[in-house]
Ligand binder design. Structure first.
Ligand code: 2P0
Length: 510
């Protein structure tokens, strides 16, 4: 059976191209297999020898936009036009041909935050987003099962990227593969973290497609693989039912080791690991010996994905500061910051602690509340609580915070003022500045674009929040500038820059 036969069957109730919607777009998350797909029983339809089980990678994935345009197909990946001769373009065109009405050409724009062909499952989210974009473009209204089957025709693991969370790809038994698709599992585990550890971003020397086939055809160890997968799958299902993290991690790690060992035994041997891969594995093992439950899995490449729980995130990040932490499930307790470039344009989001351990540039705000006393201007200072994660006990501007991704800065600051100081007033933005500082005592790095917002109040007593603030006082702004020079150790690192900006712009606000 050919791919086109499967497509015709699935689209038998639709009329190709007749319900053309102008444009279709969709996002699909990448996924990492905890029990791997390695080996096909049908090369044409990407039907697997065994079932497999994966976890989706939150906001790591691919956004695809597609429309009819031009006299030839054009593919743009992250803003770069891909030449027709590139392997990637040929594979994409071959897939698009399955759905193409006569005489039509496509503009396909692909934006991905997953390294391409480096073993982070870029083809999985690529084909999963593409079939969903096509579903919208042609208004097919297919369900996830049919979309999963279509995505599999592009790349096997793509059939698991139609869903969020844990997904099992049932191998199925039928020759046409109509029973071989991804199924979302019920387990929700917000504490789970996946750390993407980039050892090398180089394109791999041998594609997973080729490596998979070579393993099946030449590895004497491959005969044992289906039984290993059957046992691993049943243990992972058990681990998910019981929320037994150690069992989940142990099985996922051993499944990845078995897959790579089976590849090593192929002729010629297929070795994806680099010396840096083994060095990282040794660090994972050291962490475990130190009592931190962290495990690894490895796809067809030298990079690793680490599995751990949120309670151990800080510890893991200190050993792997370069780790990119992914939340497969939204966690309402995780405070996320807005990552920006040097022009303050949002480029992503990151957990608060991870951003400060890694020193990633993010957006912040500093609130300054002023009042007039005779001809002098006074500023309301707060003394930070002894419990703050950095700059504890120091005197600072009225309050500080970080807007959440997509949140309006002024609204976030007015809300934060109420949370910390017990009152709020309308605020106006004065300007912004970039500052970087290291806090060696707590091993954190501040690297932020700080928006300074000003407001007016003259409250005598403030019902401040003792979890954040231990004291407050009004002080003449000129007196404060002198004291900042004499006793800088009493104040936060950024206060002098905030005051400088206020002084510069003060005539605009009074
Ligand atoms: C997986 N991998 O389960 C396994 C583990 C990589 C290692 O599925 O030929 O790109 O397109 O069906 O899906 C990568 O293989 O292969 C893969 P094709 P695919 O995630």
């Amino acid at each position: 059976m050919q791919k086109i036969d499967v497509v015709k069957h699935i689209l038998r109730h639709t009329s190709l191209g007749s319900f053309f919607c102008g444009e279709g777009s969709a996002f699909a998350p990448s996924n990492v297999a905890l029990c791997k797909y390695w080996g096909k029983r049908d090369l044409e339809l990407n039907l697997p020898v065994t079932s497999s089980l994966s976890i989706s990678l939150g906001n790591k994935g691919t956004f695809t936009k597609i429309k009819h345009e031009g006299t030839t197909d054009n593919y743009i990946v992250n803003g770069v036009v891909i030449g027709q001769e590139a392997q990637f373009a040929k594979r994409l065109k071959e897939f698009m041909d399955l759905f193409r009405p006569h005489g039509v050409h496509y503009l396909v724009e692909i934006d991905t935050n997953v390294p391409i062909a480096a073993g982070f499952a870029s083809s999985a989210c690529g084909f999963a987003s593409l079939v969903q974009a096509l579903n919208k473009l042609y208004d097919w209204r297919l369900d996830k099962k049919d979309l999963s089957i279509l995505a599999r025709l592009g790349s096997g693991s793509a059939c698991r990227s139609l869903f969020e969370g844990f997904v099992e790809w049932q191998r199925g038994d039928n020759g046409d593969g109509m029973d071989s698709y991804g199924i979302k599992l019920e387990c929700v585990w917000p504490e789970l973290r996946i750390g993407m550890l980039m050892v090398s971003a180089e394109e791999k020397a041998i594609s997973s497609r080729r490596a998979m086939q070579l393993t099946v055809e030449t590895s004497p160890l491959y005969a044992a693989w289906p039984d290993q997968v059957a046992a691993d799958l049943s243990n992972i299902r058990l681990a998910l039912t019981r929320k037994d993290f150690n069992l989940l991690g142990e099985i996922a790690e051993s499944n990845a080791i078995s897959m790579h060992t089976t590849m090593w035994a192929a002729k010629p041997p297929i070795v994806y690991s680099l010396p840096e891969t083994f060095a990282a594995i040794a660090k994972v093992q050291e962490l475990r010996l130190a009592g931190i439950p962290v495990f690894f899995t490895q796809d067809a490449g030298p990079n690793l994905q680490l599995l751990f729980l949120v309670e151990h995130e800080e510890h893991v990040l200190r050993v792997f500061p370069e780790l990119e932490v992914v939340l497969p499930f939204p966690d309402s307790n995780a405070v996320r910051l807005t990552l920006v470039d040097e022009h303050d344009v949002m480029v992503g989001s990151c957990e608060k602690l991870a951003a400060h351990i890694q020193g990633r540039l993010h957006r912040a705000f500093s609130v300054v509340i002023l009042r007039k006393r005779d001809n002098n201007i006074e500023i309301l200072l707060q003394q930070r609580s002894a419990l703050k994660y950095h700059s504890a006990n120091l005197w600072s501007n009225t309050c500080c915070g970080h807007p959440k991704p997509g949140e309006d800065i002024v609204a976030a600051a007015e809300e934060r003022l109420r949370e910390e100081m017990g009152f709020s007033v309308p605020l106006t933005e004065l300007g912004k500045f970039h500052y970087q500082a290291k806090f060696p005592d707590v091993d954190l790095i501040e690297n932020e674009i700080d928006h300074v917002l000003v407001g007016f109040s003259d409250l005598a007593a403030l019902p401040f929040n003792v979890a954040e603030v231990q004291d407050y006082r009004w002080v003449d702004i000129l007196e404060l500038q002198k004291d900042l020079q004499c006793r800088p150790g009493q104040y936060t690192f950024w206060l002098s820059s905030v005051i400088e900006l206020v002084q510069l712009k003060i005539s605009n606000v009074f």
